[in-house]
Design a protein around this ligand. Structure first.
Ligand code: SF4
Ligand code: F3S
Length: 116
């Protein structure tokens, strides 16, 4: 079992979730984070930290977001670990209520403090 970052995170990337993870399994892309399913210990701490409810337990992932499990697994291997919150994107509120963001808005590029 693992926790999964869903597509609500895309272009919001609030980063409140990263500092509570005891095993540092969040990885940072250009416009969202993912969780490494091989490292997550299912502690549940991150889920309530996300102000927009973008984090799900694997067994509660909505059916239309099942693809995000594979996205988390793939990009956790490609993106750097993030352990400290920074300021979110200036326009994150414009993306908060947008649904089905993955097809048009997902970026495969890595993120980090030197890429803001
Ligand atoms: Fe980290 Fe716990 Fe969240 Fe897994 S459930 S990503 S171990 S904080
Ligand atoms: Fe994303 Fe929520 Fe974390 S928007 S970066 S999952 S706090």
């Amino acid at each position: 079992m693992t926790f999964v970052v869903g597509e609500k995170c895309i272009k919001c990337k609030l980063m409140d979730c990263v500092e509570v993870c005891p095993v540092d399994c969040f990885h940072e892309g250009a416009n969202m984070l993912v969780i490494d399913p091989g490292e997550c210990i299912d502690c549940t701490l991150c889920e309530p930290e996300c102000p927009i409810g973008a984090i799900y337990s694997e067994d509660e992932l909505p059916a239309d977001q099942e693809k995000m499990l594979a996205v988390n697994a793939e990009y956790a291997q490609k993106w750097p670990v993030i352990t400290e919150k920074r300021d979110p994107p200036l326009d994150w509120t414009a993306w908060e209520a947008v649904e089905n963001k993955y097809p048009e808005q997902f970026s495969p590029e890595p993120g980090g403090p030197d890429r803001d």
